[in-house]
Design a protein. Structure first.
Length: 149
């Protein structure tokens, strides 16, 4: 049978694994292995990763993070949801409701959403450059004149 302590432990392990997985996927948007499956992966090694689904998921995740941060700030200002402690059971100790002083711990996370959106946009730009390389442009008059000198 599960106890409250074991559920809390598994919940924290799940959150840690989820955040680590999301952080590594964000790194995949920047590194070369985010565009091609590494060769050491069985059966899939060397295949290119389609850019469109990657960009869609990254933009959706970044937008969701921005929306959560905006909701937090607006809720702190306008109190959409009442600030009360929700405990479980009669023995749950009452703790003060966290306020703006907790923001210093979560402030770096507010940058994650906009940064993921920026990195996803750059990933899309790089992926389309690889598939459709820039065409060679004809030389300009100044380049021709410089070459003749």
């Amino acid at each position: 049978m599960f106890t409250d302590d074991s559920v809390t432990t598994w919940y924290m392990i799940f959150l840690s694994a989820l955040s680590m997985g999301l952080a590594l996927s964000t790194l995949g948007l920047v590194h070369r292995w985010g565009q091609q499956v590494p060769h050491w992966v069985p059966r899939l090694g060397g295949r290119s990763i389609p850019a469109r689904p990657v960009v869609i998921v990254a933009l959706a995740g970044g937008s969701l993070l921005v929306a959560i941060c905006v909701y937090f700030v607006l809720n702190q200002r306008f109190h959409f949801v009442q600030r009360v402690w929700v405990g479980v059971g009669d023995d749950e100790p009452a703790h003060p409701v966290p306020g703006w002083e907790v923001l210093r711990y979560y402030a770096p996370l507010t940058a994650w959403g906009p940064l993921v959106i920026a990195v996803a946009s750059d990933y899309r730009r790089r992926a389309t450059q690889v598939r459709f390389p820039a065409r060679k442009r004809p030389p300009t008059r100044n380049q021709i004149a410089a070459k003749d000198r």
